[in-house]
Every structure is written in C-alpha cells, then in structure tokens.
Design a protein around this ligand. Sequence first.
Ligand code: ATP
Length: 444
Amino acid sequence: MKSLDIIEAEHRSMARVASAFDALDRLVSKSALPVARAHAATVADLLGYVSAYVDLVHHAKEHACLHRMLRLRDPELIPSVDRLQTEHRQAALRCEVLLNQAHDFTQGQGGDADVLAEAVREFSNSMRSYLRLEEKVILPAARACLTVDDWRAVDAAFAENQDPLFGTPALPEFEELLGKIVQLVPMECRPGVPLTGTAGGRARESGHARSVLEVRGLTSHYGRIQALHGIDLDVREGQLVALVGANGAGKTTLLRTLSGVHPVSGGTIRLFDQDITHLAPGKRVRTGLCQVPEGRQVFGPMSIEDNLRLGAYTRSDDQIATDLERMYGLFPVLKEKRQLPAGTLSGGQQQMLAMARALMGRPRLLLLDEPSMGLAPLLVEEIFRVIARLKSEGITIFLVEQNAHAALAIADIGYVIETGRTILTGTGAELLRNEQVKQAYLGM
Ligand code: ATP
C-alpha cells in the first residue's frame, strides 16, 4: 500500500500550502499596497503549484484509479466518491478564478486587498474540507475494501509522479517557492515535520503532542567503563524518533537501559510522565514500553501464530484475535506461514515476526533495535517500508539504527550518538542535509 503513503505525503504538502495561504491572506489584507502586491504574487505562485500538480496530478491519479476501484468494490461509497470528485473539480475552477484575481491585483489592475484576502481564505478552507473528507471517509474505506491486486494497481499508478515542490528534492523552479513556504508556515508545518490532522489523525508535531518518553542526563556503566554519558532525548506521541551512531557508540546500551535490562547509574527516564528509572523490566512492559531486540530472537520451534500470541501475554482483553488478523494484514507473509515453526522464516521475515509480536502487546512506545541488521538490501527496504507504515498508523516508535540514511529518511526527529553522548539532533530531513552527518554516517 505504498500509494497510501504517497497520498498521505501529498496531503501533508496540501495542508502546508493551506497553512501558507492562511499567512498570506493576513499579509495581503494588512500590508501596504506594494508589499500586499508582492504577497499576492506568492499567492499566484502557490496557486500555480496547486493547478499544475494538485489538480492535474494528485486528483487525476486518484480519480483514474483509486476512486474507480472504490466504486467497484463498495457501491455504498459512490455518493462520497462523487462528492469528493465534485469538490476536486470545483477546486480546479476556484483555483483558476483566484489565480486571475491574484494576477490582476499583483499587476495593479484593480481588485481590493480585503476581497482577495477573503477569497484566499475561502480557498484554503475548501482545501482543508476535501482533505478531511478524504482522510475521514475515503482512505479508511479504501483500507477496508480494496484487495491486494487493487492496491498493486493503485501503487503502480501512484509510483510515477514526483511532487515538484515538496518532493526530494524540490524541482529547481520550485525551490524559491519552497523557501517562502518555510518562512510563512508555523514551525510544526514545515517540511520534514509531520502535521497534525492529516492521515493517522494523531498529534505528532513536537510542540503540541503529548510526551511519551523523556530521558534526562542518563548515564550507565559496564563495571568501571562508562557507556552512556548523560543522554537527553524526547519522544512525543505519534513520532518516529531515530537514534543513529557507529559501532560501539552506545545505542544498544541505551535501549537496554530504557527497557530496564541494564542498570542506570544516573539521570531519569519518564514514560508518559511516570518516572520509570528504577522500575523492573516487566513493569515497564505493562506501562506500554516494548522492545524488539537486535537479532530478532523469535522462538524458533514454536509456530508463527504462537509467537504472536506470546506477544499478547500481558493482555487480558478480548481483542487478541482481532489484533492477530491486523498483524496478518500488515505482514501477509506471516499469515501464509502461520502454522510453520518461526525458525523456518528468512531473516527479514523473522524481523517482521519480531515486530508483529511486539505490536501484539499494543505498545505505547515501540523500541526497535537495529531492525535492518544483517539483512540483504532489498529486505532492508522492505523493513523500512513497514516501519514507515507503522508510523503512518500513528504508532510511536524509537528506532535505533546504524543505517543512518534509511532511518533519518523516515524519522520525524533524529539524534546522533557518539561515545555515549548525543552530539546532534534535528528533524530527519535536517540531519540528512547536515554536513557532519553526511561525512560521518552517509559516506558522502
Ligand atoms: P553496536 O552497533 O556495535 O551494537 P552500540 O552503539 O549498540 O554498538 P553498545 O553495544 O551499546 O554500542 O556499546 C557501548 C559501549 O559499551 C562500547 O564501548 C562497548 O564496548 C561497551 N560495552 C558494551 N557491552 C559491554 C559489556 N557487556 N561489557 C563491557 N563493555 C561493554
């Protein structure tokens, strides 16, 4: 379901554009005329992106493929799909009218600043309205009713297009506009930082989402050797936070200290505002912390299904069977082989089983220790796709990895650790651009 990730990424781009329009409508109505005209020119540039990419590419591929399949699979969805398509068509017309209005105002050919500002506001509200309809109705329905073959076809239709403004990288003609957007939108809407209210529906931005993990001044030793020298880090609800570092930097020690199997010498660990620094490992699991250890460690002679059931050992609710099916949906290969011993799975499949087993415990924070370790490149890609998917479902993840590029590419926030100290932090995108990171970890 790669297309769902693409749709969600494109929706985040649209939400950013809506947010830039919000800033621009105020600037147009409140600035002196020459400055208001300059802002109107930016409105026109943004509308150029909307009509060239959102209307012609994003909507078109949804209509041609996803919507057609939804109509076939579930006739009850036809009115919602019709409504969305009508909104898309009207948005294209509104975009054209507003573009002319903004051009005229920019050129001094008439128009009132307040009228233009009001039209911009209406346009951004309409963008949000169809984003909501898609995310609340259309995408959940698509998840529920499309078949594996349907997704294959949708994926193929979606794989070809690169977002010219928010893609990696932005096309040269859009770079200046991207720079303006970064200045216009609030910190939490900037590219590289996932947005609230888009797919997944969870607050993820660093400023507002609830704290899941808060580590302050953490130190840890092996006998007289100090492995961690005062680590500080934060993970917030819905975030994927990656910790990258070389061999021996202290990544595994940090994870083992977080899950309680290695003792803390100093500092604090808080999980959902509860001090767990000295809590026994089993109690941490019950508080919602679950680690997928390095090297998988599945129970080889037991069947795959029994391994999964074991992951739910702390639970006493009646949702275990439902969650098993959910895991089989996320990891179809496990369903095919559910009755076989876990030891018969390949390395990559065992990694998936280890992740699924952890998810069966419904963790509130999933700790992943080097999930790509020892896997062939194609399997590494597959594992990172799965992790990105878990993140898009709103699962909070702390990922420890040596494969810095792959980890930072999907991370909201990254930390770089060296000899037991965090030496850098930033959004995943910022760290990927950082010269020090490029030289030390990305081989560039
Ligand atoms: P890798 O990717 O190789 O697993 P890492 O970043 O996870 O590396 P750690 O395994 O946490 O690093 O090791 C951090 C430091 O602690 C290293 O200097 C290591 O030599 C030391 N260390 C780890 N385990 C032990 C141990 N059991 N006894 C003594 N020192 C240890």
